[in-house]
Design a protein around this ligand. Sequence first.
Ligand code: BES
Ligand code: MN
Ligand code: ZN
Length: 503
Amino acid sequence: MQLRVVTDQPWDVKADVLVIPYVGEPTFEGPLDEIDRRTGGELRALASFKELTGKRYATALVGAGEIPAGRLVLIGAGDAATIDREVIVRVGAAASRRLGGRVVRSVAFWLAPLAGLETVDGDVAVVAELLARGVVEGSYDPKSIYRDDAESRPPQLDELILVMPDGDVGAVKAAAERGVIMGEGANYARTLSNRAANDVTPDVLAQEARAIAERNDLWIDVIEPERATELGMGMFMAVGRGSDNPPRMIVMRSGDEGQRDALDRHVAFVGKGVCFDSGGISIKPSDRMEEMKMDKTGACTVLAVMETVARLAPGTPLLGIAAAVENMPGPHSTRPGDIVTALNGKKVDITNTDAEGRLILGDGLTYAERLGATHLVDVATLTGAVARALGHLVTGAFGQPQVWYDQVKAAGDRAGERYWQLPLIEEYIPDMESWYVDFQNAGSPEGGLVKSGLFLREFVTKPWVHLDIAGTAYYRKPLPFAPRGATGVSHATLVELALAGKA
Ligand code: BES
Ligand code: MN
Ligand code: ZN
């Protein structure tokens, strides 16, 4: 997609479609009045039919009248008091999503109504970045993964024209370019996640990672079962044993030693890559089990983040680990009650083979520290409980010390992604004790969400944050700004965090 930034009035721009966002209820003063006049009163007519109501993400497709654009899309940004960065991304996404299925090559987006809002800290360049990212994310459609018919084809946006009355065209263009790359990275993660489990096995994830490494000149090491066993990754191997598709611990690195030494921290991202989570011997009920192909989302996000960071700032020191396995029942599977030794030497009683994410992540986190990571973030579809607690729009997060959590949270704020911190309640640790060894992987269900965080903490000694994306990784039904399926959640947050530099 080509990007162009122009200083112009919206009614002078030529494009297939001109998008006009508006804040609050439509008031026909200033530019909106001018646009209404030039469409021969179309907007006022729509407003009188209550088709232009100010509802957030509601769109109206309007004939352009005298305006040189082919069509207008009006989109509500909603109440000014609650517009934040996330809303700006989603306005961009909802606008481009509205064009899905139509032959639209060039889209012009009028920035002015969303610039200078008190609730969004950042200038017009920041708004341009978020909108451009949204436009790219909004043109994503998972239907095109396995089909190629007209209906499934996403809109072919060849050109995005950002329109502003005045300002620094160069700075806005650079920011929007960053937004496009962010959007493309999120969409790449979404496609990997949406792909079926018979298509994306742990080895296929490793091949994807190799391709990313090659394209972006990154260091890569794929640890296969024999070496994982030798290293002592007992928890990781316990999950992978039941499947014919062998596990892969994928390790990627950017930046050389000199670049790492120049920073006072070395960040690692560890992603849960369960290509299918049947539950193993503790098998899940069949209802909606097909969703468990999405259990690899954390790993897909980490792979995409490695590529996006390399595209935006090559040489940024970063370690990415994707723990890829399939959790299946079978004659070789781990049984409930099996006892394994983790890479860090702790012994675990696997009381529930469906609590597998924490097993593979635990060894992944230990390995990241072995490779020199000083600050860790893991990202995982870890618990159904987080979806019950926070729903599909807010990601649950644990972490310590608080200063590191706060930095991850601040990266989330910059990225326009929402997190809610959950507590690590020490008093629940005894509930996870095992009769035989250090602890069980599941424990009693009360406070299960907290216990998932407590379990992971056993495998880190450095500042660490855990993002539980089980609720936010995919949508069960389409929303105005996203289709059903993988959302790409946390990709932007982790990129922002990696690019933030020093601790
Ligand atoms: N992958 C699931 C969590 C999940 C559930 C992700 C729904 C997305 C949607 C995870 O491996 C799991 O099975 N967790 C169990 C843990 C329990 C056995 C302690 C759960 O949440 O029930
Ligand atoms: Mn599970
Ligand atoms: Zn799982």
